[in-house]
Design a binder for this molecule. Structure first.
Ligand code: MRU
Length: 342
């Protein structure tokens, strides 16, 4: 159970930096990096050194606190203007996961409500708020995992997408939470992990987390999902989410909607797990969710010893897709199971 001890996001002891596990170095190396400047923090989110919707929200809250300590003024208006600028900058690092925006807004809303307080007191309150956001996520993940446990039985085969485990959150995870909790309670479960091209969060991170915990798992390439389902190995698909629209459409890692279509074809329940902080009631449907487009290099060469496609070939690299609500059996949050389709 080694990786239970890993803390993926924390403040340095002097509160002057955020320390994270660099997820791009996993599974080969457990490397902690210390981030002090706004540029380093932006880069860490953009490059997926810290990733997963809840984790980037938690990280951004701590990052904004650290940046606030660097603002050298006692004047509230100057402090607010500078802090809001940093918040906007961090928020522009990735567009799809709503948690980034939500947690930054919770921090800035609090500061806006403290116009009569001294700046030093506001900064202390920001630190406490970031801790609250972290602890709140721990509680939500635990409750989500308990809810998910009620959906599975001993011996289940569960297909996973991307990484929705402890690294992507605070603890336990969302989509992986029930599998981890079930294992802790002695259940025999088997995870089928989609590698999740192009950035391989399934291969690099989900495999790592489950192997470290001693949970039975098998890694497959994304294009093997259909055959594995057709062979009767999968009893349920568990995925996380980056933004849940008001109508129940869900944005998650690219490939998720394809799995939902396959699951429907094979009559397999398809569940989305996420904290209520991932619900965006200002977003009417999945069509209103901005999908992040990323570099062609991720497809052509990033994880290869040498490029695996001609330099001149053009690529389309959407990082997320939207699963329509009609394909989702239920969405599970810390508040319960929202049945969509049986
Ligand atoms: O691009 P990533 O790795 O940040 O994408 C993450 C996902 O799609 C996760 O499934 C989602 O954020 C849920 S994490 C609990």
């Amino acid at each position: 159970m080694k990786n239970r001890k890993l803390i993926n996001i924390r403040l340095s002891d002097d509160g002057a930096a955020v320390i994270i596990i660099d997820q791009t170095a996993l599974p080969n190396e457990t490397k902690y990096i210390t981030l002090r400047t706004a540029e380093e923090m932006y880069e860490a989110i953009y490059s997926l050194r810290v990733r997963g919707a809840p984790a980037i929200g938690i990280f951004a809250a701590y990052a904004l606190f650290v940046l606030a300590t660097q603002i050298k003024t006692d004047d509230y208006e100057i402090f607010l203007a500078e802090m809001s600028k940093q918040s906007k900058y961090l928020n522009s690092s990735r567009p799809t996961a709503v948690n980034l925006e939500t947690q930054l807004k919770r921090m800035t809303d609090m500061v806006e409500g403290m116009s009569n307080a001294p700046v030093t007191q506001i900064i202390e309150a920001m630190r406490a708020k970031a801790d609250d956001i972290y602890n709140e996520d721990v509680n939500m993940c635990k409750k989500i995992s308990e809810q998910g446990l009620a959906l599975i039985k001993d011996g289940y085969g569960i297909m996973t997408q991307c990484n929705a485990g402890p690294l992507a959150t605070s603890k336990y995870g969302t989509g992986l939470g029930p599998i981890i909790l079930g294992h802790e309670r002695g259940m025999k479960l088997h995870a089928y992990i989609n590698e999740t091209r192009p950035l391989l969060q399934g291969a690099r991170l989900t495999s790592y987390e489950l192997c470290e915990l001693g949970i039975d798992c098998t890694l497959i390439c994304d294009n093997m999902a259909s055959i594995v389902m057709s062979e009767g190995k999968i009893d349920a698909v568990f995925a996380g989410c980056d933004r849940i629209a008001a109508n129940g459409d869900v944005a998650n890692k690219i490939g998720t909607s394809g799995l939902a279509i396959l699951a429907k074809h094979y009559g397999i329940p398809f569940y989305i797990f996420g904290p209520s902080t991932t619900i965006d009631m200002n977003c009417p449907t999945g069509a209103d969710i901005e999908i992040e487009l990323r570099s062609p290099d991720e497809i052509k060469e990033m994880f290869y010893a040498k490029p695996m496609a001609p330099k001149s070939v053009s690529c389309y690299n959407p990082s997320f897709d939207v699963t329509p609500n009609a394909l989702i059996t239920a969405i599970i949050t810390e508040n319960g199971k929202f049945q969509q389709n049986l």
